[in-house]
Design a protein around this ligand. Structure first.
Ligand code: F0G
Length: 395
């Protein structure tokens, strides 16, 4: 049977309990499988295509058909490499990659008879939690930093009828609060990415990439609380164990300059992070100073022989505009960090021209409509005078 496993200290336990953190060292737990438990018979599409490698009962699934997101070949931004592919996770049911993990975590909540689920969130997790809790007919509680969540994400949580708890403070404080709650109470199931079932769902992005194009040389991914890079690396390793790929891609984890404690630890070859007390970036989804899964992220990039890099807010905005105006892919700022990271790594020679690269973009542009006010758009207002439109368009 799959088991809980602590990658830091080696603790293991059976899956029948509801654990999030290692009782010995406090790190978030992972779920492991022995070789004969990894099942290769994939059928159907999306996250549940991989139900043989998901530790929940697929007959109880709470699903809105997540996963199976498009992988686009870049037309312009990838001209400096052999191939750049963009995996658009913004095409998931609630517009972000969180749905891959949420469908599995909410299914687990139902299996365990929880009537409520809770998370701390910079926005996308709360949108996903709210919608999946609604689908499952259970109560959703979202704890968010007051005034620091993009409009579209709040709209989704409200529309789905979640209980919204606004914290006077940042995401790191909100996460601390829900962790403290989960330590003392079993009243609500915690579905942040410290929940190992979330990671299981999110690893399927790696399965999809590999099934479509095999192993690229690099995969770039934005990093906030560091759950998603943990999941990506887990999925890639499982695909290698299954014999679907011969080598593992290098990971490029990208943080925003104002919220980059893992980049600093990577550059300093350190084995611990110094949390950023007041993280700051316009990419609010990844405005996180004390990422819960930092240790697993560092381990993943080091094992892959990849890197952690940071990108400035200006570069994020530029990449966001280039993606929408040159590639037709409209993403939110945190997602654009992935592509800004690719461009920066190409420029400094880390990524080379013979490389094949996949950039994972994590959230839809509609999530954060205010962010486009930073672009210079071409807008005029006209009356109905005859010939006016013709003269404007001919210019
Ligand atoms: N991109 C987007 C659009 C996100 O919403 C997040 C995280 C990330 C990237 C980073 O992923 O945290 O697994 O490293 N959003 C979380 C939330 C924190 O609450 O919605 P990570």
């Amino acid at each position: 049977m799959p088991r809980y496993f602590c990658e830091n200290c080696g603790f293991t336990d059976k899956l029948d309990k509801n654990l999030y953190f290692c009782p010995n060292c406090g790190d978030p737990l992972t779920i492991t499988y022995s070789d004969d438990e990894l099942e290769v018979n994939f059928s159907g599409s999306g996250v549940w295509r991989y139900s043989g490698v998901l530790p929940v009962d697929p007959n109880k699934k709470v699903s809105l058909k997540e996963g199976n997101t498009p992988l686009y070949k870049s037309l312009h931004l990838g001209s400096g490499v052999k191939g750049l592919y963009i995996k658009n996770e913004g095409m998931n049911p609630t517009g972000s990659f969180k749905d891959r993990g949420m469908t599995v975590a909410i299914t687990r909540a139902i299996e365990k008879n929880f009537k409520s689920v809770i998370c701390a969130s910079t926005g996308n997790t709360s949108a996903s939690l709210a919608i999946y809790a609604a689908r499952a007919g259970i109560r959703g509680y979202v704890v968010v930093p007051d005034g620091a969540v993009a409009l579209g994400k709040m709209a989704q949580a409200r529309a789905a009828g979640a209980h919204i708890i606004k914290v006077r403070g940042n995401f790191d404080l909100a996460l601390q609060m829900v962790k403290d709650f989960a330590r003392k109470s079993d009243e609500a199931y915690l579905v942040n990415s410290v929940n190992p079932f979330r990671i299981e769902g999110q690893k399927t992005v790696a399965y999809e990439i590999v099934e479509e194009i095999g192993a690229p040389d690099w995969i770039t991914i934005p990093v906030g609380n560091a759950g998603n890079i943990t999941a990506l690396w887990k999925g890639l390793n499982e695909m290698k164990r299954l014999g679907k790929i011969k080598y593992l891609p290098k990971l490029l984890g990208v943080q925003a300059s104002g919220a980059s404690p893992i980049v600093k630890a990577f550059n300093d070859s350190s084995n611990k992070i110094e949390p950023v007390v007041s993280p700051n970036t316009l990419a609010t989804a990844i405005k996180i100073g004390n990422p819960a899964s930092w240790r697993r992220a560092l381990k993943a990039v080091r094992e892959s022989r990849g890197a952690m890099i940071e990108v400035s807010d200006d570069h994020i905005v530029q990449a966001q505009y280039l993606l929408s105006s040159r590639e037709g892919i409209f993403v939110e700022p945190a997602s654009a960090a992935s592509v800004a990271g690719f461009l920066s790594a190409l420029q400094n020679g880390l990524i080379r021209k013979e490389d094949t690269v996949v950039s994972i973009v994590t959230g839809n542009g509609l999530k954060d409509p205010d962010s486009v006010s930073r672009f210079e758009s071409i807008e005029i207002t006209v009356g109905s005078e005859e010939g006016l439109l013709h003269s404007v368009i001919a210019q």
